[in-house]
Design a protein around this ligand. Structure first.
Ligand SMILES: C=CC1=C(C)c2cc3[nH]c(cc4nc(cc5[nH]c(cc1n2)c(C)c5CCC(=O)O)C(CCC(=O)O)=C4C)c(C)c3C=C
Ligand code: FES
Ligand SMILES: [Fe+2]
Length: 418
């Protein structure tokens, strides 16, 4: 049974976006909205909205030295990008013509700010700004827009739950670069949420997503289904440098298993390697094949480092692994857990994270200010100094993080079901 692919309808993009998309494209048009007081800047890498954007998107990724360091990068990066373009364009065509990441980020932003307006009236009105690293709406545009809107405070909120210097770190460096070229708006109080891998409601939403799919298995095998958590891999060079991403992903996995309260076996495996250098293993496709050989033929794949659907889930997991690889390996039944998307518990998680942050900070965490043990990048050093100064007026940067006393209360509103 290869039902993930059959049952899942890849969301079709309702319209093609122009080259430059507003950072607040779904909220900007409303003239009745009051002037925002608090900006929620949602950092992510972004994905191409149509296949014409794929070439430039890949070029930006492969030439970003925060993302990956290649030998002779100025030549090898563009070469890998152009060699990959046609193949990646085909994949985007197979999932509806582009990445749904903008659609999901906007839905999450709208639901989050609605919910914040209700529970934090002292900071309202809140407005979300989408800040993508490699495609429009770009990070720089989001900051220009929030300055124009005249906000009083801005929360820089990474949408990667687990921090990596390659992903969130790269977006933050782009903000530091942006303000090298223009005056820093000192009247705005800036602060940052750069990681939230261990938030209890994140584990709860992943556990819900797994339970949804466990029900599709026959009762006799349900307790033995192998839960295969899968995350985007990372070059081994970055792991050896001390990037925190692998252990933060493992922490989300552990919390999810605790929340599930099930005795099913589980493992963490890695997907989406790019380029010639060695990356963190075991790879997801190899693991499916190897487990099938060992006789483990009932599997759920759980994308644990993505909060919304995109090419890595809709194509790599659903089409390549759940369908092609699993079928060939003789897997009897494989399912793929949905990503959080607009699940009400996920919106409650985002709300709780921002609420705790705005109420008790810190504006910038000590964890962020500490570099990887083997980091030699002056860019990282300068960017951390920049954020220390940018966020210093907002709260006491020395204030320790106070985790919520108990499991936060989940207030489920009539948020749209994913
Ligand atoms: C070049 C090196 C890359 C590193 C390191 C890397 C880390 C990394 N990426 C994500 C999340 C996503 N990556 C996505 C696509 C994507 N990633 C890379 C390269 C690296 N990623 C490329 C070249 C691409 C484009 C697609 C492809 O060519 O295969 C996406 C999908 C975006 C979308 O379609 O909407 C996500 C999400 C994480 C979490 C991560 C970890 C450190
Ligand atoms: S590479 Fe991690 S802080 Fe520089
Ligand atoms: Fe990636």
């Amino acid at each position: 049974m290869f039902s993930s692919l059959c049952r899942y309808n890849a969301p079709r993009l309702s319209r093609m976006y122009s080259a430059k998309t507003s950072a607040t494209c779904t909220t900007r048009q409303d003239p009745n909205k009051p002037k925002p007081k608090t900006a929620i800047v949602m950092l992510n890498m972004g994905g191409p909205q149509n296949i014409d954007q794929v070439g430039d998107y890949l070029l930006r990724i492969m030439t970003d030295r925060d993302m990956i360091q290649l030998p002779m990068q100025s030549k090898l990066g563009p070469w890998i990008a152009s060699r990959r373009t046609e193949e990646v364009q085909k994949k985007y065509l197979e999932i509806g013509g582009g990445s749904p990441i903008l659609k999901w980020t906007n839905s999450q932003g709208m639901l989050l700010t609605e919910s914040l307006d209700k529970c934090l009236p002292e900071f309202a009105p809140h407005k979300h700004y989408v800040a993508f690293r490699y495609v429009s709406p770009f990070t720089e545009d989001a900051f220009e827009e929030l300055e124009k809107d005249g906000v009083e405070r801005a929360v820089i909120f990474s949408q990667y739950p687990q921090y990596s210097c390659a992903t969130t770190g790269s977006s933050l460096n782009a903000i530091a670069d942006h303000y090298k070229l223009r005056p820093i708006p000192r009247h705005i109080k800036f602060s940052m949420i750069e990681r939230w891998a261990t938030h209890p409601l994140l584990a709860r939403v992943f556990a819900d997503r797994i339970r949804e799919k466990l029900l599709a298995f026959d009762e006799e095998v349900r307790d033995d289904v192998l839960i295969l958590f899968t995350a985007h891999s990372l070059p081994l060079k970055a792991v050896s440098r001390g990037d925190t991403y692998p252990h933060e992903v493992a922490a989300t996995v552990a919390n999810t298993m605790i929340e599930l309260k099930l005795k099913n076996p589980h493992r963490l495996v890695w997907q989406s390697k790019v380029g010639p250098l060695p990356w963190l293993q075991p790879y997801t496709d190899d693991s499916i094949k190897a487990y099938a050989k060992q006789g483990r033929r009932h599997i759920i794949l759980v994308p644990i480092a993505f909060v919304n659907e995109h090419i890595e889930t809709l194509h790599e997991l659903d089409i390549e692994y759940c369908h092609d690889v699993a079928k060939e390996a003789g897997v009897v039944h494989i399912e793929r857990a949905s990503t959080p998307n607009a699940h009400p518990t996920f919106i409650a998680a985002l709300t709780d994270i921002v609420k705790n942050h705005l109420r008790s900070g810190p504006a910038v965490s000590k964890q962020f200010l500490t570099r990887c043990p083997h980091c030699v990048s002056q860019r990282c050093h300068k960017s951390k100094e920049f954020f220390k100064s940018l966020c210093s007026d907002s709260y006491n940067t020395q204030e320790p993080f106070v985790p919520p006393p108990n499991m936060p209360k989940v207030i489920i509103t009539e948020a749209s079901k994913a």
